[in-house]
Design a protein around this ligand. Structure first.
Ligand SMILES: NC(=O)c1ccc[n+]([C@@H]2O[C@H](COP(=O)([O-])OP(=O)(O)OC[C@H]3O[C@@H](n4cnc5c(N)ncnc54)[C@H](OP(=O)(O)O)[C@@H]3O)[C@@H](O)[C@H]2O)c1
Length: 239
């Protein structure tokens, strides 16, 4: 990954941090984006120690078009390059439909689906199609592929990410931009602290396994592209 520029949204989250560590150690130049500035700054310092001295952090709310445009403008000004985008910003509110509020539904759609759209649109239109290359990773998780009780709003947002990504990939085919959908089962991350559902975190995947999957996908030689990767804890095989 030497010298490649990788943008990670939701960088301070469980998956984002594991991916940042893995890619920093592999020599990538990282741009870390999420909302909480102090957490972002401390992660940036750790990335410098992990092997990516040029890591930048750019506080960004992915639901805000102007902030997303400014993020890409800064990447352009400061690094002049963008090779990989990993959309790790997301949240889940897991409740039965009878209890899910409109505000909670809107928040999931805004961050998980619209945020992914805004970031992908900038990445593709502003960068990757001009260079005729680029890699984009979206993370619907297994609930973008299979329904689960208590997850109607979350599934709606994540099935949306799948449809959006597959259709966008067709728009981008002639520009040699490659997309990977990660269908991950439950991972032991802070996601579950606010999801409103009791789970056994010790039985879940580790976020480092998501990072390993992304790293693997980036190593597959062209013209191959792992367009979809499924990883489940063995207690949930073939959900
Ligand atoms: N954990 C799982 O079991 C699991 C399984 C499958 C798929 N996924 C998906 O994988 C992605 C990452 O999950 P995770 O487990 O790493 O979650 P996490 O630990 O809760 O991290 C979520 C990240 O998203 C950021 N974020 C939230 N709202 C944002 C916004 N409006 N703008 C920018 N950043 C925002 C958070 O930072 P700030 O609050 O500072 O903005 C944080 O960095 C999500 O899309 C999730 O749905 C997770």
């Amino acid at each position: 990954m030497d010298g490649k520029v990788v943008l990670i949204t939701g960088a301070t989250g469980g998956i984002g941090t594991a991916v940042a560590q893995k890619l920093a150690a592999s020599g990538a130049r990282l741009v870390l984006a999420s909302r909480q500035t102090t957490v972002l700054e401390s992660l940036t310092a750790r990335c410098h120690e992990w092997g990516s001295p040029e890591t930048l952090s750019i506080p960004t709310d992915v639901t805000d078009r102007l902030q997303v445009e400014s993020l890409f403008e800064q990447v352009y000004q400061k690094l002049g390059q963008l090779d990989v985008v990993i959309n790790g910003a997301g949240l889940g509110v897991l409740k039965p439909i009878q209890q899910l509020s409109e505000v909670e539904f809107d928040r999931m759609v805004a961050v998980n689906l619209k945020g992914t759209f805004l970031v992908c649109q900038q990445a593709v239109a502003r960068w990757m199609q001009l260079k005729a290359s680029g890699r984009v990773f979206n993370i619907p998780g297994i609930l973008g592929q299979h329904p689960m009780g208590n997850a109607s709003g979350y599934c709606a947002s994540k099935y949306g990410v799948v449809g959006f990504t597959k259709a966008m990939a067709l728009d981008c085919k002639r520009f040699d931009i490659k997309f990977t959908l990660l269908y991950l089962g439950g991972l032991d991350t802070p996601f579950w602290e606010n999801a409103g559902m009791k789970v056994q975190r010790d039985k879940m995947l580790k976020p480092e396994q998501a990072a390993d999957a992304i790293y693997f996908a980036l190593q597959v030689p062209a013209p191959g592209v792992p367009s979809e990767i499924v990883i489940q804890p063995d207690s949930h095989l073939f959900l």
